[in-house]
Ligand binder design. Structure first.
Ligand code: CP
Length: 304
């Protein structure tokens, strides 16, 4: 029994295998329709979600399995004070695999120690979001045909954006990567990620507040939302929320084969006028999330 809490638990070879499996599912969906027959996925979401929860559920249904769960803490016995450990110990008797989102960093790790079935971290606070990262890697590999020798600009809330933390950790293991870290001063990437990942692996990066200064060099532009729910102070959020709004005008200096990604939900940081640009990949990216989660469920349940 194996859980996925942090993308770093997966070797590059395992990530490449998951991507290959997802690509095979996309090409031959009928071959997978019965793979999880009689298996159940529990989605335990203590925090709001559209894509992650529903793509996990769609993934399990498309594998022939079934789904149970809750979409907010208030409709579970967490509202009565039940611990995460007790919840998953009980749910382990009802389901074969658990996907959990929780506002507290580390909660899915605690859950994985108490559960007797695999637990997948579906996002824990401002910490990690490994299945979003797998989604991002599948998208990049399909768009670019490779996961190496790329210049990636990550833009927006790099402090609280858990998807960015997991993406940098994962991409840093491929060769020839360069990063542009674009954020307001107050929302810079945490120092521990710069130190423990970028500096330790001698990865080339620049840190800037100015998106225009790096736009022309980027192969990937990964936009992120300013994470309102992680701010202590509404005034700070209001001051910073529109720091970067991507528009067709701002893309004029970008490469013709730039790929624009965003984990979604979008608030204001990409103008809807950009959606018609063939470089906009974020809705495709959300769809790929279903396929990579199908691949992950198959691997963790050892049916692929
Ligand atoms: N990208 C992502 O995690 O979206 P949701 O919050 O809608 O799941």
């Amino acid at each position: 029994m194996r859980s996925l809490i942090d993308i770093q638990q997966l070797s590059v070879e395992e990530i490449d295998e998951l991507i290959a499996l997802a690509n095979d599912i996309i090409a031959h969906p009928d071959d997978y329709r019965e793979k999880c027959r009689y298996k159940k996925l529990a989605t335990l979401f203590f925090e709001p979600s559209t894509r992650t929860r529903l793509s996990f559920e769609a993934a399990m249904y498309e594998l022939g399995g079934q789904v149970l769960g809750f979409s907010e803490a208030q409709s579970s016995s967490a509202a009565k004070g039940e611990s995460v450990s007790d919840t998953v110990r009980v749910v382990s008797g009802y389901a074969d695999i658990i996907a959990m989102r929780h506002p507290k960093e580390g909660a899915p790790l605690v859950a994985s120690m108490a559960a007797t079935v695999p637990v997948i971290n579906a996002g824990d606070g401002g910490h990690l979001h490994p299945t979003q990262t797998l989604t991002d890697l599948l998208t990049i590999s399909r768009e670019k045909g490779r996961l190496n020798d790329l210049t990636i600009g990550v833009c927006g809330d790099l402090k609280f954006g858990r998807t960015v933390h997991s993406l940098i950790a994962a991409m840093a293991r491929y060769k020839g990567m360069r990063f542009a870290l674009i954020s307001p001063e107050e929302l810079k990437l945490p120092s521990y990620i710069k130190k423990e990942i970028l500096q330790q692996k001698h990865i080339d990066y620049v840190q800037t507040t100015d998106l225009a200064s790096v736009m022309g060099e980027l192969d990937i532009l990964y936009m992120t939302r300013v994470q309102r729910e992680r701010f202590f102070n509404e005034e700070d959020y209001l001051r910073l929320k529109d720091s970067y709004i991507l528009t067709p005008e701002k893309l004029q200096t970008a490469k013709a084969d730039l790929s624009i990604l965003h984990p979604l939900p979008r608030v204001n940081e990409i103008s809807t006028a950009v959606d018609a640009d063939p470089r906009a990949c974020y809705f495709k990216q959300a769809l790929y999330g279903k396929y990579i989660r199908m691949a992950l469920i198959l691997k963790l349940l050892e049916v692929a």
